[in-house]
Design a protein around this ligand. Structure first.
Ligand SMILES: [Zn+2]
Length: 425
């Protein structure tokens, strides 16, 4: 380990600024060393697997997840770190040297690698030398200019490759959601440029012709909701929004926050407003379902099925318990209810052995050498232990449920006593 030293708190201002710069350089040095270690890990694992007779297409499976766990990052980012390391170490020595010298941050090196990804290895080496052989030329360039510069070189070297990549990218169009502050949310559409521009222009045109006192942004947002859901924006919870709330909050005036799966915690008052609006608005249909009670009536937790597949009720319970993919640092939405200990090895189909998983993590843990084990802590918390092929262990705890230890700081009860699952549809 390199020694970063300690801060001299009596240092003068110039020395403190020098210290900040020195530490920034240390981050880049560390990123370059991490890339070298990652690429070497990749080579070593593949060589061992080749010697053991593993088919080429199956070598290195799950390796990106191991990199992610080591970096306390999501498996998705682990894949990006692995790609970056391979490109820097095997194809882009000047970019790696600029990172190691602190002339580039890890993110700026990532931008250069990303913009050159469509090129042949020879062209990539040319771009690498042209951009980073002279490290002084990188001085003063921000993220946008680094990316634009790399893009321009890539286009000059191989215009067809850049165009082909743009065509391929159209198939990656998608819509995603992430929380925003103040119980708002961002719904983001990644679209081919002409479609994206026309969606925005149509909303703007409508807002310009509206003039009913609402702000233009609000009209655009309302119109988007109406045209996508087919219902007026002011109808309460027009499509299914699940809400996990304790019945003390719902009925007893408690202020423990509720949780919307896929969004996160929301304040009790806002949860109650959603429930009231949905139950009072006759255009909306709302149902209330008591999900389970702990510790006295853990029937659902203990529910067991002989089937290989998780029955709907059990899968719903696991999805609400886990909220997002249970791989540490993943946070991706749950796509599969998965056996921690595989069904073919006798793993039972029950709540303890079940885990919510995103698609990628479900496949990654099927790689040789991974062991995954679910168990329940004395306090009721569900824990999954992950052991990677190198023997490194990681634990993933199910997120606390609404109302658990919120006011007293006491997590003794483990799970909320009464958990109601409210569903407006
Ligand atoms: Zn995942």
């Amino acid at each position: 380990m390199f020694d970063l030293g300690t801060l001299d708190s009596d240092a003068d201002e110039a020395a403190l600024v020098a210290r900040i710069a020195e530490l920034e350089q240390a981050k880049s040095v560390a990123a370059a060393e991490q890339a070298k270690a990652t690429a070497a890990f990749d080579v070593a694992r593949r060589a061992r697997e080749a010697a053991a007779g593993v088919l080429p297409a199956r070598r290195g499976r799950g390796l990106a997840n191991e990199v992610a766990l080591a970096r306390r990052d999501s498996p998705n980012r682990g894949g990006k770190h692995l790609g970056l390391a391979r490109a820097l170490v095997h194809e882009m020595p000047h970019t790696l040297a600029a990172l190691a010298a602190g002339a580039l941050s890890e993110w700026r090196a990532t931008l250069i690698v990303r913009e050159s990804a469509c090129l042949s290895v020879e062209d990539r080496r040319r771009l690498d030398a042209e951009m980073c052989a002279d490290q002084r030329s990188l001085d003063g360039l921000g993220d946008a200019r680094i990316a634009a510069h790399a893009k321009a070189i890539a286009y000059r070297l191989d215009p067809q490759a850049v165009v082909d990549r743009a065509v391929r990218a159209e198939s990656e169009a998608t819509v995603s959601i992430r929380p925003a502050p103040d119980t708002m949310t961002y719904v983001t559409a990644l679209l081919p440029m002409p479609q994206g521009v026309s969606v925005y222009a149509a909303l703007k045109r409508f807002a310009d012709s509206c003039g009913d006192g609402r702000s233009r942004g609000k009209v655009m947002a309302d119109t988007l909701v109406e045209r996508v859901t087919g219902r007026p924006a002011d109808v309460a919870t027009p499509i299914a929004v699940a809400l996990v709330i304790t019945d003390e909050t719902l009925l007893g005036g408690d202020t423990a926050p509720a949780r919307v799966p896929g969004y996160g915690p929301i304040p009790a008052a806002i949860a109650l407003r959603l429930v009231n609006a949905a139950t009072c608005d006759e255009r909306s249909r709302a149902t209330l379902r008591r999900l389970y009670k702990h510790p006295a009536g853990g029937a659902l937790v203990a529910m067991e099925s002989r089937s290989r597949f998780f029955p709907k009720g059990l899968a719903r319970f696991i999805a609400l318990r886990d909220d997002t993919c249970r791989t540490p640092y993943c946070d991706a939405p749950i796509r599969h209810t998965d056996h921690a200990d595989p069904h073919i090895r006798g793993g039972p189909t029950n709540g303890v052995n079940g885990r919510g998983s995103c698609e990628a993590c479900n496949y990654a843990k099927q790689a040789p050498g991974w062991r995954v084990h679910g168990w329940t802590h004395d306090d009721g918390t569900h824990v999954i232990d992950f052991t990677t092929p190198t023997g490194k262990r990681h634990a993933s705890k199910a997120p606390p449920l609404p109302g658990v230890g919120e006011q007293t700081g006491d997590v003794e009860g483990g799970l909320a006593d009464h958990l109601a699952h409210y569903h407006a549809a």
